[in-house]
Design a protein around this ligand. Structure first.
Ligand SMILES: [Zn+2]
Length: 494
């Protein structure tokens, strides 16, 4: 749960483009245009202005939900590389924006209109500026080829993004792993052909700007290893949003070989890049909340709450979720967007498809609260639950506990116990918790990774060190700068 992600979260976003889209479909023959990047003829259902507006609004949601990494120097750096590549693209005049989101997964994504995000997780995995350029170039390719706008308009038609931020009652999806996937709804899915095209375009842009094209191959290898890693955390990442064509490596490798243009002095900028990510938070950030058994502690927001010990739990950017072992009950904790408990309860009651019983004013450990029972329909049948809104330290916390209506009685006590456990966090060690961070180490002689890991590997295992350094587990490190991870591992993901 991220302290910076509230306020804009559930503000309804009007979707003017869906209306525009419908008008175009219904009233006028669709226009066609030649795409400047791919040379292909495309149906131009959505004009550039609408494309930018779609992207801008979705980008605001991404920023609000995931939060940005609070490191102006790093943000400026990524922006500078991105802007260079975008200026070399066929759509230089889009309002390009490149930002690092505060997310530990290894991912990057592009929204229509030129709004591009990389996660701090992927930043930690790169070994050079040219690797960063390869991924930014690939994402720019999704925009210049208009993959992003096509994907998003399809999602709009199917109501994809509309569900974000709203309360979704879906017990059935627990079984399908809603606890494990979190934000994946948000991300656009591309076809393998789109991925090939984005790779080609990314290669084109990075070469135009003088970056060593071979670095793109290193990125493919790193991403593949992240996908296979035992500690993937079950979180959506690049592989979830990028169905990788099997021949990706070979295709680009052949393209590099075939390219007759040889760069005189290709840019890699390994040490420059590593300096930029020295100290970057690595893995989940416990300051955004972490579990200790069934206890959820949030140092940033200074509260604690007790979830049932044997439930499956997950701490996401915008919510904390707990699911019963029988997968027939959920408890979810979020920040309400309303300024008071009463207003937040009224907002819930105003949602379609939910019937809220008259609420009562009460208090939870001395904090003003409003509590009410509710009923709603879900895909898997009628559900019944209890909603509590607790005012604490300038925020309103929303706790929903719900179950299949027929099972509610057996969970009511558990829900009430969880709600009643909400309290101020005073444990000094929890308040002082710090995340793990990337730390640079200077290696003077050649050293095998195994020795490096046993000497510097206290906070990350051999596999992790191997992936983030781009070296096989049995490989050798040349003299130079390498990455380790420092700090105490806290099980923050749940
Ligand atoms: Zn892609």
């Amino acid at each position: 749960m991220n302290a910076r992600t509230r306020s804009r979260r559930s503000r309804r976003v009007a979707s003017p483009w869906s209306a525009t889209l419908a008008c175009l479909v219904l009233l006028s023959p669709a226009g066609c245009a030649t795409n400047p990047a791919t040379g292909e003829t495309q149906l131009a259902l959505i004009g550039e202005e609408q494309e930018i507006q779609m992207g801008r609004e979705a980008a605001a949601q991404v920023e609000a939900q995931m939060g940005l990494v609070d490191d102006p120097e790093l943000q400026r750096y990524v922006s500078r590389i991105g802007q260079r590549l975008a200026a070399a693209s066929e759509r230089p005049d889009l309002p390009w924006r490149f930002q690092v989101v505060d997310d530990p997964t290894v991912n990057a994504f592009a929204l229509p209109g030129g709004f591009i995000f990389v996660t701090r997780g992927i930043m930690a995995a790169f070994m050079s500026e040219a690797e960063l350029a390869a991924v930014l170039g690939h994402e720019i390719g999704h925009v210049t080829a208009r993959h992003s706008v096509e994907q998003m308009s399809q999602q709009q038609l199917f109501g994809g993004l509309a569900g974000l931020g709203a309360v979704v009652f879906d017990l059935g999806s627990i079984a399908q792993g809603v606890l494990g996937t979190g934000l994946s709804l948000l991300f656009l899915q591309y076809s393998r052909d789109d991925e090939r095209q984005a790779d080609d375009l990314g290669l084109r842009y990075m070469v135009r700007e003088g970056f060593a094209p071979q670095e793109m191959l290193d990125v493919f290898q790193t991403l593949e290893r992240v996908g296979e890693a035992s500690d993937g955390g079950g979180m959506p990442g690049w592989l979830a949003t990028h169905p990788a064509p099997e021949d990706r490596f070979q295709r680009i490798s052949a393209a590099i070989e075939a390219d007759t243009i040889r760069l005189a002095d290709p840019i890699v900028h390994r040490d420059e890049y590593l300096r930029m990510i020295d100290g970057l938070v690595f893995g989940p950030d416990p300051r955004n909340g972490f579990f200790r058994g069934g206890e959820f502690l949030h140092p940033g927001l200074r509260f604690r709450m007790e979830f049932p010990g044997d439930w499956q739990t997950r701490n996401l950017a915008q919510a904390v979720l707990a699911g019963s072992p029988q997968q027939d009950a959920i408890i979810q904790l979020t920040l309400a967007s309303q300024p008071s408990a009463d207003a937040a309860l009224r907002e819930l009651a105003a949602q379609q498809g939910i019937r809220v019983a008259s609420g009562s004013r009460t208090s939870v450990n001395g904090f003003p609260a409003a509590v009410a029972g509710f009923e709603a329909e879900s895909q898997s049948g009628p559900i019944r639950g209890i909603a509590a809104f607790i005012e604490y330290s300038g925020n309103v916390y929303q706790v929903l506990g719900y179950a299949a209506a027929s099972r509610y009685a057996s969970y009511e006590g558990t829900f009430e116990g969880t709600i009643g456990s909400f309290d101020r966090l005073t444990d000094p060690s929890a308040l002082a918790v710090e995340p793990r961070r990337i730390d640079l180490v200077r290696v003077d002689g050649r050293m095998d990774l195994q020795s490096f890991a046993s000497r510097y590997g206290a906070s990350a295992d051999l596999e992790t060190l191997s992936i983030i350094n781009g070296v096989p587990e049995g490989g050798m490190l040349d003299p130079g700068t390498w990455k380790r991870v420092v700090g105490e591992a806290v099980r923050a993901g749940g």
